[in-house]
Design a protein around this ligand. Structure first.
Ligand SMILES: C[S@@+](CC[C@H](N)C(=O)[O-])C[C@H]1O[C@@H](n2cnc3c(N)ncnc32)[C@H](O)[C@@H]1O
Length: 313
């Protein structure tokens, strides 16, 4: 079937076909550089190999180190998913672009960290709109960002403010809420769902974006503690006919350890609620390419592995 976004139509500003390198949208690169400077993190970003393995935590230092060393990779994985330049991700690109083609959309971004996933997604769509590759119907995204780190949420707020005028020029309007949320805490989970249900009302589509949770959920005992709350999120998401896309770096702890556990658990707790459309046990849906790191001026490899859930009709 013909794709909505053909690889040959992806603007060279975000995909360099000869060298197979993705490049983050300029608005996002500028906003990122401004925040690195604001938080005195340029040096950390430039010496990032010393902080290899930084997974992001709730305290200020872990949040900032993660932002300085992993933000571009997180954003690149979302860009790769939305554009799928090498055609390795089945209908991931169509699904994402259709969901955000226009109208009112309710988005839950958990754990949002500093907002990489949502902001990369929306600035990528803005870039496609600016190049007249996709239509520019007015789009309002009612997003709830949830994360255990209040500092990460503050950075997400600032990041969004910095790209807002670029988004609005392309008729993309964002109404955001920021919620401190611990996935192992039942009350906080009910509270974030309540926020999402009230903030994003009467939307034509709902989307749950989960990016890079394996660093936390892969730690001993954490997935077990998180399961009841994830179950609550998934049941509410299904009530709202949401698509859930969960993306992880293609590292062992995500694709070979966490995802199989998630899939086994889902098949027991939500078999009548969701259909798992990607990442069946043996067929992994993953893609790789190089990313232009605008701070180091290098092109490291990035890898993404996806899981997608759709409510049963
Ligand atoms: C690897 S980062 C991913 C953030 C973002 N989705 C991205 O792609 O950049 C993991 C995030 O999980 C958050 N986190 C850690 N423990 C958590 C918990 N118990 N509940 C919710 N979020 C948590 C951290 O604060 C961090 O922002």
């Amino acid at each position: 079937m013909k794709r909505l976004l053909r690889p040959s139509d992806i603007p060279e500003s975000i995909w360099e076909p000869e060298s197979e390198v993705v490049n983050l949208p300029e608005a996002l690169r500028n906003a990122y550089a401004e925040l690195l400077a604001k938080y005195n993190l340029l040096q950390v970003a430039r010496t990032q190999s010393e902080f290899k393995g930084e997974k992001g935590g709730r305290d200020k230092k872990s949040t900032e180190y993660h932002f300085a060393t992993k933000f571009q990779n997180s954003s690149g994985r979302v860009l790769l998913t939305a554009t799928d330049p090498k055609g390795s991700l089945q209908n991931a690109s169509d699904l994402t672009l259709r969901a955000f083609a226009g109208g009112q959309v309710g988005l839950l971004d958990i754990p949002s960290g500093s907002g990489a996933a949502t902001v990369a997604l929306l600035t990528t769509i803005a870039e496609l709109r600016e190049n007249h590759i996709v239509p520019s119907e007015p789009l309002t995204v009612h997003v709830v960002f949830g994360d255990a780190s209040s500092h990460a949420l503050e950075i997400a707020r600032e990041l969004l403010a910095l790209v807002q005028s670029d988004l609005e020029r392309q008729a993309i309007f964002v109404q955001a809420r920021y919620v401190e949320w611990d996935v192992t805490n039942a009350e906080e989970t009910t509270a974030i769902i309540h926020e999402w249900v009230t903030h994003a009302q009467d939307c034509c589509r709902y989307f749950v974006l989960m990016a890079n949770f394996s660093g936390f959920l892969g730690k001993s005992g954490k997935f077990k503690k998180a399961k009841p709350q994830l179950g609550e999120v998934f049941r509410w998401a299904s009530q709202r006919s949401s698509t859930i896309v969960w993306l992880e770096p293609q590292v062992n702890e995500a694709t070979n350890t966490l995802f199989p556990k998630v899939i086994e658990w889902l098949s027991k707790v939500t078999p009548s609620v969701f259909v798992l459309l990607w990442h069946r046990s043996k067929v992994k849906l993953f893609a790789s390419c190089k990313l232009r790191d605008s701070i180091l001026e290098t092109t490291p490899w990035i890898h993404v592995c996806l899981l997608r859930l759709e409510p049963k009709k």
